[in-house]
Every structure is written in structure tokens, then in C-alpha cells.
Design a protein around this ligand. Structure first.
Ligand code: SF4
Length: 343
């Protein structure tokens, strides 16, 4: 199956005028929210004004995060075998991508990954399984390993286990999970085009269960799946209004064998505009440049950190990231510093 991804990322650049970006940042720094129309106009910033936009967004980033960068380490604790049909995902039941398939890893493997996360200076160890939601065996495995990791290493734990009931969220909170990741991925209007086995509302319900259980919410999206600028702006406002503390922004890596294969036409400037828009809409939220960073931002990756304040270090779930040393060099060259501040 091939899905059209005629993304409206490059149409109709609209100049706000260079001073307008700073004026908008002044208002955000003064506690005002930008409007939906302003967010849309950010996504239409002409390429020649992207540096002006980033310069204004940097002032907002600096107010809330200084020059710090928070690093996250991903562990794909269960790979493939997922019954859902998320069209971007190489682990879905409809993907033919040759990804590793294994059930939840044993204790020793999960502890070794935690050791690696600590060694790489990560603030947070993200424990991810491919699933609609965790079964009892998977939930119990997480309940057993999390206290052990936290006792041994100075790491926060983020669990990404799929849809969660309130009872499951309570159990995760009780075992020491700090945060749960569950991405909205796109707008409510666009959701049925990228997944048919669960709904946007299901995902929002999980986030509410996480919040009500007393954990932090990590939720973001994927740019480049055939959505419009309106969809991207809707997702940004929904995430802000849900109160998510951490927003990972991915740029579609259109993996061969998935319905979205071969359809990613993002430019580095598209990625920078999207990151800047999220910074203006959700000024005090952690903003992480996530999957597709190396592929789409390419040599402009450092510019993304002028508005974002977080990165994954190492590999993604089923695709390679750049070497951690390259990330440390980039952060150092920018004059930024890795932080270990807690959730
Ligand atoms: S639920 Fe998660 S692992 Fe399963 S297909 Fe969707 S994104 Fe992939």
C-alpha cells in the first residue's frame, strides 16, 4: 500500500518582516500566547528569514533552558510483532521492513542498556516496546526492572508501552516510572490517514491516564506524513493544552516496507520552521529533535538546537542515529552544555 504524502511544506512563503519575529518573541517572553494564524505564518517563513526566526526563538529557549541540552537514550525493549497499523512504523503488522523481531528483553540486556545510557550522559532512559498496549508479562517486567535501574544509575525512566488504562498507569507510577511517552503523532483530523487500529481519542485518553496517575507526559509528533500546516499547528496547540512536559518532534524517515515509504520531501528549513513553531507555541516545554534529525536536518542540525533543547543520543528504534561523539562535539561547538537536571 502506498499513501500519498503531498505535504504542504514548501508552498506560499509569507514574510512577516524580520522585526516581527522578535516582536512575537517579546510577547511570548511577556507571557502571551501566539495565535493559530501566527503559528501558521511561522511555518511559512521564507528560507531567507529562517535565521531571523531562529534568533527570535533562541531568546525564548534561553529564558527557559539557558544553553542546556538534555540527552535521552532509547532502548527498544521489544521489537516488531505489533498488531497495530501505524503507517509510519516499521514494526506494525502491515510493515514488510526487515526489522528485528523479539519479545521483551531479559533483565541483563535491559540493565546493560541502562549502563550505556548512564555512560553516554543521558538524563533519561526511554524503555520502549512495540505494542498496542502492554500485556501482563510486559508490565510486570517493567515493574521489576525500573526500581533496579533507578537504584543503580542516576537516570530518569520514561516508559513507552502503548495505550494505558488508568490502572496500568498507576502501576507504572508505583514502580518509579517518572514519565510516559505516548505521541499524538499528527492532528486529530489527519489521524485516520495514518492509523486505523486506534484513534486519536485513544491516545489522548492514555495521556490523561498518565497525567492523572501523577507522571509526566512526553508526547510529540512526526512531520512529513502528508499533513497540512494546519494539522501541524493543531497538534502543537493540542499538546500544549494537554500540558505535556516534553515534546519529541520527529521528521519522517520513510522506511522501505511501510505504507509511507519513499515519500519524505522535507528540507532542513522545513524542519527548522516546525521546531521554531513549537518553541513559540509551547515556550517552556522541553522540545526534543528526534527521529529523522540526521536525515532531514543534515548539516543544519546545530541550528535546531537554537530552539530545541533536547536530543536522542545514539540510535532510534529501528534506524541508526549518528555517533554519540558527533552529538557531543556539536553541543560543545555551539557553546551549549549537557544537563542532567531531573524531571
Ligand atoms: S503502536 Fe507503536 S509499535 Fe505498534 S505500529 Fe503503532 S507506532 Fe508501531
Amino acid at each position: 500500500m502506498t499513501v500519498s504524502t503531498a505535504t504542504n511544506h514548501t508552498s506560499d512563503p509569507v514574510s512577516l518582516g524580520r522585526d516581527r519575529y522578535q516582536a512575537m518573541a517579546d510577547r511570548v517572553l511577556g507571557g502571551e500566547s501566539i495565535s493559530r494564524d501566527e503559528a501558521l505564518s511561522i511555518l511559512k517563513t521564507p528560507d531567507d528569514e529562517v535565521l531571523d526566526l531562529l534568533s527570535a526563538g533562541f531568546r525564548i529557549r534561553q529564558k527557559h533552558f539557558g544553553k542546556t541540552v538534555q540527552l535521552y537514550f532509547l532502548m527498544n525493549a521489544k521489537s516488531g510483532l505489533c498488531p497495530e497499523d501505524c503507517h509510519y512504523c516499521s514494526q506494525s503488522k502491515i510493515s514488510t521492513a526487515p526489522v528485528p523481531k523479539y519479545n521483551i528483553l531479559k533483565r541483563d540486556d535491559l540493565m546493560e542498556a541502562a549502563r550505556l545510557a548512564a555512560e553516554r550522559g543521558a538524563k533519561t532512559y526511554c524503555l520502549v516496546i512495540s505494542a498496542r498496549g502492554p500485556n501482563e508479562r510486559e508490565l510486570s517486567a517493567v515493574e521489576q526492572i525500573v526500581p533496579e535501574i533507578k537504584e543503580k544509575y542516576n537516570l530518569d525512566i520514561c516508559a513507552c508501552l502503548g495505550l494505558l488504562s488508568r490502572e496500568q498507569a498507576d502501576r507504572l507510577k508505583a514502580c518509579g516510572v517518572d514519565r510516559v511517552n505516548h505521541n499524538l503523532n499528527t492532528s486529530e483530523d489527519h489521524y485516520a490517514d495514518i492509523c486505523t487500529t486506534h484513534t486519536y481519542a485513544d491516545r489522548v485518553d492514555t495521556l490523561r491516564n498518565v497525567r492523572d496517575a501523577g507522571m509526566e507526559m512526553c508526547s510529540g509528533g512526526i512531520i512529513g506524513m502528508g499533513e497540512t500546516h494546519d494539522d501541524v499547528v493543531s497538534m502543537a496547540f493540542d499538546l500544549r493544552d494537554l500540558g505535556v512536559q516534553s515534546i519529541p518532534l520527529n521528521f519522517l524517515n520513510a522506511i522501505e516496507g511501510t505504507p509511507l515509504q519513499g515519500n519524505s520531501d522535507l528540507s532542513p528549513q522545513d524542519c527548522l520552521r516546525a521546531l521554531a513553531m513549537f518553541r513559540f507555541v509551547a515556550p517552556d516545554r522541553e522540545l526534543r529533535i528526534s527521529g529523522g534529525r540526521e536525515l532531514h536536518l543534515r548539516s543544519l542540525q546545530p541550528l535546531g538546537l537554537y530552539v530545541a533543547n533536547s536530543l536522542f543520543v545514539g540510535d532510534y528504534l529501528t534506524t541508526k542515529g549518528q555517533a554519540p561523539e558527533a552529538d557531543y562535539d556539536m553541543i560543545r561547538d555551539l557553546g551549549f552544555e549537557v544537563t542532567k537536571s531531573t524531571c
